[in-house]
Ligand binder design. Sequence first.
Ligand SMILES: *Cc1c(COP(=O)(O)O)cnc(C)c1O
Length: 457
Amino acid sequence: MGTSLTVERGLVPQIGDLPMSGDESHRMRRRSSPDRSAELFARAERVIPGGVNSPVRAFRSVGGTPRFVARGDGAYLYDVDGNRYIDYVNSWGPLILGHAHAEVLAAAHEALAHGSSFGAPTEAEVALAEEIVARVPGVDQVRCVSSGTEATMSAIRLARGATGRPKLIKFAGHYHGHSDALLVAAGSGVATFGLPDSPGVTAGAAADTVVVPWNDVAAIEAVFAELGDQVAVVICEPVAANMGVVPPTARFLQRLRDLTTAHGALLLFDEVMTGFRLARGGAGEVYGITPDLVALGKVVGGGFPLAAFGGHADVMAQLAPVGPVYQAGTLSGNPVAVAAGLAQLRLLDDDVYADLDRRADRVLDGLAKVFAEHGVDAQIQRVRSLAGLFFAAAPVRDFDDAKAADHQRYAAFFHGMLDRGVYLPPSGYEAFFFSLAQSDDDLDATVAAATEVAEAL
Ligand SMILES: *Cc1c(COP(=O)(O)O)cnc(C)c1O
């Protein structure tokens, strides 16, 4: 949804101009120009809107040709022109162990050999649900769906059904998938009443959505003072990570917990991004706050289409077939996706998160130093290993701040890194994703590439 920027290719030195040295050769190797990607993109644009199946993939906010991927292996992505990239997108989060992880793929293969889908319950779904319930604070029961969009959409319906109230409160700049009532982010300053963000979302569909600025205690208190008895649910990304990474300020989440409890509304943590990424139990564990409902996605599916929502047993009991709130899915709990997700989850213990944190330290501390040395105003905002980079002079606390950051500079940085074999998220409104497959050499090569790019910025 970012604006298009034209990137001046002359802003960064081209790889051919740079010196080469022994063990850094993989990074410094002259890169093939993305001819085959460009060819495929042209073909794609004829038959797929914008050439992509999800908008950010089109590189519109950074300019240039999206790289078509041939394969992934561990820390790396390989494009169809034979270039290798250290990947900091990792399928936008799911691949926390890296690409083509042997155990995850083996689990998927084994499940697949027994059939791809049954539309009937399986033992593995129960094991997955048990694993989630054991890890995530506030989740007694869980239902599987196929995307994060479905998870939040279904959880909102459940919250409205369970409370008998209409209003949902969301925060500006938070992304919860593309269902109608949640595709509303407009508004700055004080609370704004829902204006749909996209043509095709009717005013009616968004009328019960109230948008509040993130980290603004006074604004959320004002909304509750006015509408408290109509509020079904407050949904938030406990660490906002779809406008870059914007952590909650101290006690903001606690204030949300207190306000929802006091007014009989439900608190829904959209942990599609943060769940199993920040820690074993997600943001709920990190912040010590237990929501009423949780939406999960990304990591939970191990790279397959799988997501879930869960919560307290009494709320979940409102869901069909036990209760009256309807929700269903032909491929929900797909056995191949469940097997992969479960295999990945079982590998994610506390040591893994400590290890991810160390990887994030190594790169992010390196980047901070590089930017400081080159006098580049940059904010690296992070919670555990979930991090984002804003080119801005002061910390980014909300969506207005995020929009005011220098996104043109991000585009230049992105392309400088891409030219040096580092694949960062192709938009300044997205997070960096670390994986366990990244070696110290990969992390150091990333910082070395950033040093060169920063010189040119
Ligand atoms: C990615 C994401 C979603 C949407 O998930 P999809 O699987 O893309 O539908 C929802 N909420 C958050 C916080 C996300 O990061």
